[in-house]
Design a protein around this ligand. Structure first.
Ligand code: URA
Length: 433
């Protein structure tokens, strides 16, 4: 077999055989296939797509390219969730303790922020002492003992995805439906959970700009998971506007704690309940509505917050900070953004607002940049809200004074105020099972 012929097949719109896909993934991970050959094949896939069988085979090969976590020693049903990425998306911090407080075993490998989107690992590291890097043995032990553990992705999990993602990032081939689906699902299959809920975001701050694209991606990922014997649901949720009101690592932990205490933003609480409800539905065979009610009861009774504290303490995090959010380090500078006109907020571009928070220091411009955990934005107004000239729109927080001017400019460009009140877009578009 020759990589040249495989590229030519895909270029000519032929369906690749399982052997050809296997030859490519194995060869690339071993360093036997050159980057330029792999780039050419990725571009041919980007342009000509993949059939369902090709996508399933590619995903399985990528999943099996490194360690496959074996969670079979854990008593009970193992569950996982994954978000395709958004702004203000702190749902894992709320959903994981809700379902763990019901006895489901939450074994989760999370990522760091990417571009304008935040990552759970960065948020957890904003908590003093919290350790996101555990050995596979310690990870499994924590899940057994506390019902919940969240760590960063280990280097040996789906290494083919790590290599191919970096190549896609530099060859303009990220935005391909089969490549995104196989990238996400290879990591989820390797991480081992029996039940997986995918939060597929749509809108200005998401990879999938329209609900139709989000639905196509969701169906592909659910099919891949099912064909590997996992129970999978995809919740298509809005990311046209940031989720909740806090953006930035410490600020997001603080907002997650508010929701766990039965308060907090209504939109964030609702998305979390739907995600938790669907995990419970997959695991326990109840309807998603029944799952949602169970999840709500865990928030109301305080059981989810107790489980959250147990989880934070089990990974070395400071409970003092969780009990007293004012103990999170404060940013040196805070800057209020004031409305310059009256009207209704017609749009808040989530990608631009996420990028504004990155400028303030809440994310990384380059892979190895450090994060300012105190940096971020608190939104005072959101899409569809009435605003009077002089009202507070948002407050920016940073330790880098020089960043404020450009962050404010980008924030103001992201917002459109008009005289007509817009109908709110749905928070949840659809659930695919
Ligand atoms: N997230 C991933 O893990 N992979 C992609 O290709 C896109 C988003």
């Amino acid at each position: 077999m020759r990589i040249y012929d495989i590229i030519a097949h895909k270029r000519d719109k032929a369906e690749l055989s399982d052997e050809e896909i296997r030859y490519f993934v194995k060869g690339y991970v071993k360093g036997e296939i050159e980057h330029y050959h792999a780039s050419a094949l990725l571009m041919a896939i980007y342009l000509n797509g993949m059939t369902e069988r090709e996508t399933v085979t590619l995903t399985k090969e990528m999943a099996e390219s490194g360690d496959m976590l074996d969670l079979s020693g854990i008593d009970g049903i193992t569950v996982d969730k994954h978000s395709t990425g958004g702004v203000g998306d702190k749902t894992t911090l709320i959903v994981a303790p809700i379902v763990a407080s019901l006895g489901l075993k939450t074994a989760k490998m999370s990522g760091r922020g990417l571009g304008h989107t935040g990552g759970t690992i960065d948020k957890l590291e904003a908590i003093k002492g919290f350790c996101t890097s555990l050995s596979p043995e310690a990870f499994t032990e924590n899940v057994k003992k506390h019902g919940i553990c969240v760590v960063g992705q280990s280097g040996d999990l789906a290494p083919a995805d790590k290599m191919l993602y970096a190549l896609r990032d530099s060859t303009a081939t990220v935005g391909s439906m089969p490549l995104i689906a196989s990238s996400i699902m290879s990591k989820k299959l390797a991480a081992g959970a029996q039940c997986i809920v995918l939060d597929v975001k749509t809108g200005s701050g998401a990879f999938m700009k329209t609900p139709e694209e989000a639905e196509e991606l969701s169906r592909k990922m659910v099919d891949i998971g099912n064909s590997a014997g996992r129970r999978v649901a995809a919740v298509i949720s809005d990311m046209d506007t940031p989720l909740g009101k806090n953006i930035g690592n410490s600020l997001e932990v603080i907002e997650a704690v508010e929701v766990l205490k039965g308060k907090g933003s209504e939109d964030l609480r609702e998305v979390c309940l739907v995600l938790a409800g669907n995990i419970i539905a997959l695991a326990e065979g109840v309807t998603a509505e029944e799952g949602c009610k169970k999840a709500e009861a865990q928030l109301e009774s305080g059981a989810a917050f107790e489980k959250f504290k147990e989880f934070i303490a089990s990974q070395g995090g400071s409970l003092e900070q969780i009990e007293n959010p004012e103990l999170f380090p404060k940013a040196e500078f805070c800057h209020r953004i004031i409305a310059r006109e009256s009207g209704y907020i017609e749009r808040m571009n989530a990608e631009m607002i996420g990028s504004s928070s990155v400028i303030l220091g809440a994310g990384r411009a380059k892979k190895d940049d450090s994060i300012d955990f105190a940096a971020g934005i608190i939104l005072n107004k959101k899409t569809c809200d009435r605003v009077e000239k002089g009202d507070l729109l948002a407050t920016l927080y940073t330790n880098n004074k020089k960043s404020i001017e450009s962050a404010e400019r980008l924030f103001l460009d992201a917002i459109k105020i008009s005289s007509n009140k817009k109908e709110p877009s749905p928070l949840i578009y659809k659930v695919i099972r």
